[in-house]
Write a protein that binds this ligand. Sequence first.
Ligand code: HEM
Length: 500
Amino acid sequence: MGLLTGDMLGPLAVALAVFLLLLDLMQRRGCWAARYPPGPTPLPLLGNLLQMDFQNTLSYFDQLRHRFGNVFSLQLAWTPVVVLNGLDAVREALVCHSEDTADRPPMPIYEHLGFGPHSQGVILARYGREWREQRRFSLSMLRNLGLGKKSLEQWVAEEASCLCEAFADHAGRPFSPRALVDKAVSNVISSLTFGRRFEYDDPRFLKLLDRLQAGVEEDQGFLHEFLNSIPVLLRIPGLASKVFSAQKAFMALTDELIQECRMTWDPTQPPRDLTDGFLEEMEKAKGSPESSFNDENLRMVISDLFAAGMVSTSTTLTWALLLMILHPDVQRRVQQEIDEVIGRVQRPEMGDQTRMPFTMAVVHEVQRFGDIVPLGLPHMTSRDTEVQGFLIPKGTRIITNLSSVLKDEKIWKKPFRFYPEHFLDAQGRFVKQEAFMPFSAGRRVCLGEPLARMELFLFFTCLLQRFSFSVPAGQPRPSDHGVFSFLVAPAPYQLCAVPR
Ligand code: HEM
């Protein structure tokens, strides 16, 4: 230490600064490629991190889109990022180059939850064998569990009845529907993952939902991005547990539920749920250390499905109810169609959809207008890829601005209005739209799409068959502007549910 005299500190600092700048330039050399997308000038080391508006990323991206066009770049510390906007660019990347853009960027922050080479879950798994195994497994369980003694459709229909009872308990008085919808949707995913539902006032259930919600909030903002960009900071003892305390608590509760399933699992019987199916695969994979069917991954896969399946569907249903109280004429037309096709007594079924074009159009328009996952999930290029004439080098993080597709002014007649006619032809028949991409597209397209569609249709029709919804008397009309966090949800609101 005695060697470090005051005279030496100056040159040492200069040498360190030069070293860091050179390292910084090395890390960013991909951006100098010819035809690399334009973007705002990055600062040394931090890139554009300080210019990013993490509170309002969507409008920041909108400004950059106007300045640089549909394909622009950013530098988040040493992570190169390309943002794709509009149907043409997003479709070209996700559909035409589906394999080259199917990877996910490394997310070192999730190592504190148990993310590792053979325990990557599904959502954030790198594009490779582990992801393929788990995606195929989850999809086949979703399909096959519907064939068991109680079909998935039956689970959803019965849960919709429970939700209606809970709405009826409010006896027409104003209430906020969000918490009840969360519980109903969670019970559907719980039936799939753990083969059970919870009573709506079960303290453990309430804690699970509370920690899940808080965990989603931990997944956003500057600190999240900063720690992911400079993961060495997570080595600071206790930091990860403090910053991600809700996610840790959610995982601990998931572990408990898995353990309960494990104790009653009978390997000689067909799987009751996804956990049983996974345990069965683990038995088969005994002796192959490379398999992704292991204890650590069981909790990652289950928590992935639970979180992805609950938050998104529940947020969409909350949008649906809000839009019905804001557009009573649309609500009346849906109820009229329900009365004509299903009546007031019989339970709605998935088969009714084909005879309910208006309701189908409304559910689709709720998803388009609600636009709940505006920036999708991050992708990464696994080889140099050309999009709209720009070159995106291998290893670049890609953000698909799904919102710019769902509200593309070149495609939708009234992109910023709730307008179910977007999905109807002149004869009132339901029409699909290519730019309807709330579940994204390509190889990583949402694997829960069929389940989500089933839940949206059955919950929505059951509720509107039973109740008329309205803004409570004397209360101001709620806003239809979403609140942006990781998902876009309506601002909290109250409604009245009056039995029909
Ligand atoms: C309205 C409801 C839903 C919406 C809007 C939605 C939307 C999305 C979006 C935008 C993605 C990202 C796709 C990409 O990376 O490009 C995604 C992925 C995913 N979703 Fe959904 N989702 C919904 C419901 C569900 C449900 C019910 C489940 C569970 C059963 C689920 C499970 C997943 C999984 C596991 C992934 C990751 C897929 C992969 O990386 O291969 N989602 N979802």
